[in-house]
Design a protein around this ligand. Structure first.
Ligand code: FES
Length: 154
């Protein structure tokens, strides 16, 4: 049995046929839709490397079944920069060295964009750290990440 979904990916309407209802959004993005910026770390909801926005909310793409996304609006790291200009959160990560190896960075940035949109953390460093706690950085670049998110919030 095959399933069809229509979603908006980074502002572009996409129709997708799924031959397996167990395909995750993460695998769909990376393997079928040529969007490898979203990273696979743990593949079980523990690291945050796969964070994307679904209808403006932060989601772990590894825990989200693609078949549930009919009509959804999905934003990945590839959709942030516009007209060759970095998104303010991306620019803040560069400014504050909010990364080392960079593997977790797309997820960190997408989570930061979602956190800022939620408006719950403001520019409070402790609340920013708590709000970003679902995103693990093995290089422990947390200081720069927190500074970048705080700066981008202002
Ligand atoms: Fe999804 Fe780790 S790959 S949370």
């Amino acid at each position: 049995m095959s399933y069809s979904i229509s979603l908006t990916l980074n502002g572009v309407a996409r129709d997708v046929a799924l031959d397996d209802p167990r395909v995750t959004l993460l695998d769909l993005l990376r393997e079928r839709l040529a969007m490898p910026g979203t990273k696979k770390g743990c593949d079980r909801g523990q690291c945050g490397a796969c964070t994307v926005l679904v209808n403006g909310k932060r989601m772990n793409a590894c825990l989200t079944l693609a078949v549930t996304l009919d009509g959804a609006e999905v934003t990945t790291i590839e959709g942030l920069a516009q007209d060759g200009a970095l998104h303010p959160v991306q620019a803040a990560f560069v400014e504050h060295d909010g990364f080392q190896c960079g593997y977790c960075t797309p997820g960190q940035i997408m989570s930061a964009v979602g956190l800022i949109a939620e408006g719950a953390a403001g520019d409070d460093p402790d609340r920013i750290r708590e709000g970003m706690s679902g995103n693990i950085c093995r290089c422990a670049a947390y200081h720069g990440i927190a500074l970048a998110v705080q700066d981008a919030t202002r």
